[in-house]
Design a protein around this ligand. Structure first.
Ligand SMILES: CC(C)(COP(=O)(O)OP(=O)(O)OC[C@H]1O[C@@H](n2cnc3c(N)ncnc32)[C@H](O)[C@@H]1OP(=O)(O)O)[C@@H](O)C(=O)NCCC(=O)NCCS
Length: 176
């Protein structure tokens, strides 16, 4: 199966909306509104177009990932980071390496844009495969009442999070 990864364009929005809806449909932890979150985040000043990425197989969009700009704040100190918000693969195309390609490509693009870390609230069995570890190992807290094993971070540049601690501040579109 040939998977093509490219930046999302405006014409993809409808297909991406539908794919996110389908990807999360049977996920028990989901509130099934992730497709609306992505629509709001595209309108946010935290949106970075180069980090909204789609995967295509036979010219059909089968996966999407969005990394959004966030800050880690500690009093007057703040540190720029990204949040993975979210990654989705159509059910028929899951477990075929599409998610992996999207995450690896998104990390690569983020590095090219000089971002140095990514945070995620997600499956504790999935993201460690890509190098994510519990965010509290770095002293980073998420503003949600969720188990610590679901709050994760990856350094895109070695040791960049040592010495960074604080609470993640998401764009306001997260809670609208
Ligand atoms: C989670 C999701 C994006 C994974 O995409 P995918 O294309 O199926 O993942 P891949 O095939 O690239 O899998 C990469 C690795 O993760 C493993 N994996 C896949 N889904 C997994 C899951 N739900 N839990 C644990 N591991 C998983 C694969 O076995 C593979 O492991 P390996 O490299 O050791 O063989 C996809 O299942 C999905 O869209 N799920 C619904 C939406 C969702 O939950 N998104 C994540 C929000 S936190």
């Amino acid at each position: 199966m040939k998977i093509t990864i490219r930046q999302e364009i405006t014409e993809d929005h409808k297909a991406v909306f539908e794919l996110i809806e389908k990807a999360f449909k049977d996920e028990v932890y989901s509130d099934h509104t992730e497709q609306f979150l992505v629509e709001r985040l595209r309108m946010s000043k935290a949106f970075e177009p180069a980090l909204s990425i789609v995967a295509e197989v036979d010219n059909k969009i089968v996966g999407h990932i969005l990394l959004t700009k966030v800050k880690i704040k500690n009093g007057d100190d703040e540190f720029d980071s990204l949040a993975l918000t979210p990654v989705s693969v159509l059910p028929d195309y899951q477990r075929k390496g599409v998610g992996r390609k999207l995450i690896e490509q998104a990390h690569q693009k983020a590095k090219e844009l000089d971002f140095k870390s990514v945070l995620v609230l997600g499956h504790e069995a999935y993201y460690p495969k890509f190098g994510y570890q519990q965010a509290n190992n770095f002293g980073i807290k998420f503003p949600f009442d969720v188990p610590p094993e679901n709050c994760m971070a990856i350094e895109l540049v070695e040791n960049v999070l040592s010495g960074v601690s604080g609470t993640v501040e998401y764009p306001e579109e997260f809670s609208s």
